[in-house]
Design a protein around this ligand. Structure first.
Ligand SMILES: N[C@@H](CCC(=O)N[C@@H](CS)C(=O)NCC(=O)O)C(=O)O
Length: 220
């Protein structure tokens, strides 16, 4: 049975999964969760995703949530299909784990706050909290300086080959210029890396999927 992805096209954690499904050439069907109607807090939904968040997948009855865990599962299930995204060699794998942890612990929090303040809040008619923007920019800028140093010595975050760790950055990084025009461009190695990763067809596909769902919402 074809894999089902449950989420909302405007929420970036689903993009992370769509990118990886496309890289791994895994067919899937996207199921829209009606978040304005709080479908994600319904009893039925909480039985699948007890935190009441999107996305989750249903792979022939196997339910899994947390976007990075889903991406890892897809790569583990289809190691020889599509792009190889987790190195098998012991040390290369350890470097991949290091880069993936860096994304979660150094990048995600300030990036998520910036995207929430400068993308989602205006979309929902809410007021931007400039203090949160400023402190998140300070924090993220310091981390991106380190990224620039790392990427001056290697092509991708875990070495010379692309891994899940690079792709995990995609959805938020694309929206960061809303908070600060040059946050990516003023760091030449980050800019070179991001141009490479974001120009992959899988990311275009994730964006197009979003546009399609927004333009032609499926009927219930
Ligand atoms: N760490 C989770 C985060 C999931 C998450 O924060 N989802 C947001 C949308 S991007 C959500 O469902 N928010 C609604 C809520 O928390 O009520 C993942 O990567 O899947």
């Amino acid at each position: 049975m074809v894999l089902k992805l449950y989420g909302h096209p405007l929420l970036v954690n689903a993009h992370r999964v769509i990118v990886v499904l496309h890289e791994k050439q895994v067919p899937f069907v996207f199921h829209l969760i009606d978040m304005p109607k709080r479908e994600h807090k319904s009893v039925d939904y909480l039985n699948k995703q007890p935190f009441g968040q999107v996305p989750y997948i249903d792979d022939d009855g196997f339910i899994l949530y947390e976007s990075r865990a889903i991406c890892h599962y897809i790569e583990a299930k289809y190691p020889d299909q599509g792009t190889s995204l987790i190195p098998k060699d012991l040390k290369a794998n350890a470097l991949y784990q290091q880069a993936a942890s860096t994304e979660v612990f150094a990048f995600d929090e300030p990036a998520a706050k910036l995207v929430r303040e400068t993308f989602y809040k205006p979309l929902w008619g809410q007021t931007i909290d400039q203090a949160v923007v400023d402190s998140s920019l300070t924090s993220l800028s310091a981390k991106l300086n380190v990224y620039d140093e790392i990427l001056s010595k290697q092509k991708y975050l875990a070495g010379e080959e692309i891994t899940l760790a690079d792709l995990y950055h995609l959805p938020y990084t694309d929206l960061l210029p809303l908070a600060s025009d040059n946050i990516i461009q003023e760091r030449p190695n980050v800019a070179r890396w991001y141009k490479d990763v974001s120009s992959r067809p899988s990311f275009t596909y994730a964006i197009m999927q979003t546009c399609l769902f927004l333009s032609f919402p499926p009927s219930a």
